[in-house]
Each structure stands twice: as C-alpha cells, then as structure tokens.
Design a protein around this ligand. Structure first.
Ligand SMILES: Cc1cc2nc3c(=O)[nH]c(=O)nc-3n(C[C@H](O)[C@H](O)[C@H](O)COP(=O)(O)OP(=O)(O)OC[C@H]3O[C@@H](n4cnc5c(N)ncnc54)[C@H](O)[C@@H]3O)c2cc1C
Length: 375
C-alpha cells in the first residue's frame, strides 16, 4: 500500500458506500465491507511485515479511518477499534499471542474490538468494576461491559479488568467463543452509528489462562495511555473529520443541484455560500489538525499529545457543526431524509460522548498544556 488515504477512499467508494444507507436503516453490522477489508489487506494494515502485514503506523491508521468515514462513519469506527486492538497486542502481547491473533486476522479475516466501558465507570473506561479471582494460572472474571462496538462480529475483544496488584488493571483478550461470554444485542438502539452493534457484553464466570493477558501483570493502565490513547483518540479524530468531509460533499452538491423555477440555484445565494464556506472550513480544519496530530504522534514529537487531544475535540465539534449547517442548506430534502445529512448528523453526535468524552478531553488538553498529570 503506497498512499493509504487515496487507496482507502477508492476502496470505500466501491465496498463501503454501497452499504452505508442499508446498515443504518436496518441497524446491522457492515459484514460485506469487512469481508472486503480483509480481502484488500486493510485488516492487516498495522501488522508488521514479519507477520505478513503491511507494517504501517499511526499516520496510515488515521488516513484509512478518514478515508472510510468519508463514505461511512459506522464502518470507519468499527475498523478504527480493530486497529487499536491490534496495536495493543503488537506493543505488549507475548510472541505466542501475536502469532495466534495476527495469523487469524491475516489468514481467516478475523478482526478485533474493544470491550472497555462499563455502566458504572462510564466515560472513565480505564477504571474497571469487574471482579477477578485467581486460581494458579487461571483467572475467573465476572461483570459486564456497557457498549461494545462490533459485538458478536469481532472474534477477539480486549477487556480491562482489575489486577491482583491493588489499584492496577490488566488488558485481556477474550475470544468470542469463550464460555460465559454473552451479548445483549436487543439493547443496541443508538441514535447514530447504527451499524456498530455496540451492545452490552456479559461476563459470567469466564475463565482464561494467563496466555491471554496482554503484557505484564498490572500493565493495563500503561497500555491504555501509551497505546490505546494515541491510536484511539487520533482514530476518533479521523472518523469525525471524515464525517464532516462527507457532510461538505453532500451539502455542496445539493446547493448546486437545487434549482428554483427562475433558474437560480441555492449556490447563487450569498447566505448559502457562506454556510457552505463554513462547512468546508470546519471539515478542513478537523482533517488538517487530525493528520498533523497523527504525523506528530508517529514522530514522537513533544507536543504530539496536545495535538492528538485537540484534533479529537476539533473533529467531534466540527462534525456536529457541519451537520447543523448542512441540515439548514439541505432544507426540506435533508429534513425529509432524501439527503443522507440527518444520518450523518446522528452519527456525528456519538463523537462528543465516546470515551474519553469531548468534555473529559478538554480537561486533559488543559492539563497536558500546563504540565499536569492526566487523568
Ligand atoms: C457509538 C458508540 C460506540 C461505542 N463503542 C464502544 C466500544 O466499542 N467499547 C467501549 O468500551 N465503549 C464504547 N462506547 C462507550 C463510550 O465510549 C462511553 O464510555 C460511554 O458512552 C460513556 O457512557 P456514560 O453514559 O456512562 O457516560 P458518563 O460517564 O455518564 O458521562 C456522561 C457525560 O458527563 C460528562 N462527564 C463525565 N465525567 C466527566 C469528567 N471527569 N470531566 C468532564 N466531563 C465529564 C461528559 O460530558 C460525558 O459525556 C461507545 C459509545 C458510542 C456512543
């Protein structure tokens, strides 16, 4: 893969966009797109070449998520979570775990998901209220996770659970078929991102051996802040930048197409031109800061954290603002759902509440810029 953004955009037009409306309407996971993501090598984007992957990093992760979100926010979000989970296994997993999971992704088209958030701790997803009981090499887990994107479709779920070391957590891999694992799909009824299947996961006396723990005992928090955070927060920035860009495309086409009986189009009206300019401005700002944050993160630059946090906030807010303005210029067509604008606006609303929420990130950004501890 040479230019992931352009290849991703082309891929999305052929294999993601055709399903975008249907997966929202029927609230079903984009299975066909995921089969193609496997066939065309996007599921192995971040897996190193030595395991048979493409060996790409944070910048290409952002480019792929951005490109996919320009066609479908839901599919981009599910894909983004997979990449984050892959990075955790890569950065902290044992060689045995890497071989097992990467082979399953590359050879069998399996993919991964993140089961972190809980009903109790909500947006503070790195604090787990689950219970764990150790018995020799085995650990038994009880508890539940509140919203798990790609639930029942992903083959491996990363689960944060308390460590035996007081106040610490572990990051575990729960294979889908594990005894005691169940999902409540009937409880997924999201406003937007409806193809995500983000339903609760119940963990009832699930017993795993320690080979499925990622990294050293008690290293979960380090993984969350060093691996999950950069890839997840940058990835969210890319997903919502792409959503904003998609809104610009829909709105700018509509104002040219919409013609009055006297021959004038919406695009001839100055107020509408200003709205289109503002939609473009927000979408372009979100995309620019997100790609810059990914670049800074990939190069380990000193201000990368601040840029990554800022990018995610800018992108979440831009997507909602672009949706508000796109609904305005879209008029009755947008309101009556002849345009996909309302779907995009519903998708955009997930951005501000997804953990760590835009409010939490605003606090973290202030802390990062003033040299304080995060969180
Ligand atoms: C589409 C979608 C997909 C998701 N997929 C996943 C997934 O795959 N895996 C996963 O683990 N989770 C997932 N989630 C869950 C998500 O990331 C959040 O954890 C969850 O939505 C937070 O839920 P809550 O209602 O308990 O938030 P609460 O903790 O009740 O927070 C609600 C709001 O209160 C404010 N707030 C709370 N605490 C603070 C604070 N300290 N500082 C400032 N403001 C604060 C914020 O405005 C926040 O948005 C998904 C969510 C959505 C919408």
């Amino acid at each position: 893969m040479n230019n992931v953004y352009f290849e991703g955009k082309e891929f999305a037009r052929s294999y993601i966009l055709p399903y975008t409306e249907m997966i929202d309407k029927e609230s079903i996971f984009p299975e066909e797109s995921f089969k193609k993501l496997n066939e065309k090598g996007f599921l192995k984007l971040l897996i190193p070449r030595q395991y048979g992957g493409h060996g790409k990093g944070l910048e290409e992760h952002a480019q792929a998520c951005l490109a996919f979100a320009e066609s479908c926010a839901t599919t981009a979000l599910c894909y983004m979570m997979h990449n984050v989970a892959v990075m955790c296994v890569l950065a902290h997993g044992s060689e045995e775990l890497k071989e097992k999971i990467f082979t399953d992704i590359i050879k069998n088209g399996k993919f991964m998901a993140l089961a972190y958030s809980e009903f109790g701790t909500g947006t503070n997803f790195y604090i787990s209220g689950m219970t764990t009981e150790i018995n020799g090499d085995y650990t038994t887990f009880n508890g539940s996770k509140s919203m798990v994107t790609s639930a029942t479709y992903a083959s491996y779920y990363l689960v944060l659970a308390p460590s035996v070391e007081e106040g610490k957590i572990n990051n575990w891999v729960f294979p889908l078929e594990t005894k005691g694992l169940s999902f409540e799909m009937a409880k997924w009824n999201g406003l937007g991102m409806r193809g995500n299947s983000s339903c609760p996961m119940n963990i009832d006396h699930v017993t795993l051996d320690s080979s499925l723990r990622i990294g050293e005992e008690g290293s979960g928090e380090e993984q969350v802040f060093n691996v999950v955070a950069p890839f997840f927060v940058t990835g969210l920035g890319a997903v919502y930048s792409g959503t904003a860009a998609h809104m610009f495309e829909i709105a700018s086409n509509h104002v040219v197409d919409r013609q009055y009986p006297d021959g004038r189009t919406l695009s001839n009206i100055e107020t509408v031109q200003v709205h289109i300019g503002n939609i473009y401005k927000h979408a372009a700002a979100a995309q620019t800061i997100t790609l810059e944050a990914a670049r800074a993160g990939a190069n380990g630059e000193a201000d990368a954290l601040a840029k990554i946090l800022a990018a995610r906030i800018v992108a979440s807010e831009a997507a909602i603002e672009c949706g508000r303005l796109a609904m305005r210029v879209g008029g009755g067509k947008a309101y009556n759902k002849a345009l996909p604008t309302e779907r995009l606006l519903r998708d955009a609303y997930a951005g501000q509440i997804m953990a760590p929420s835009a409010d939490v990130l605003a606090v973290w950004l202030g802390k990062a810029l003033t040299g304080q501890m995060i969180p």
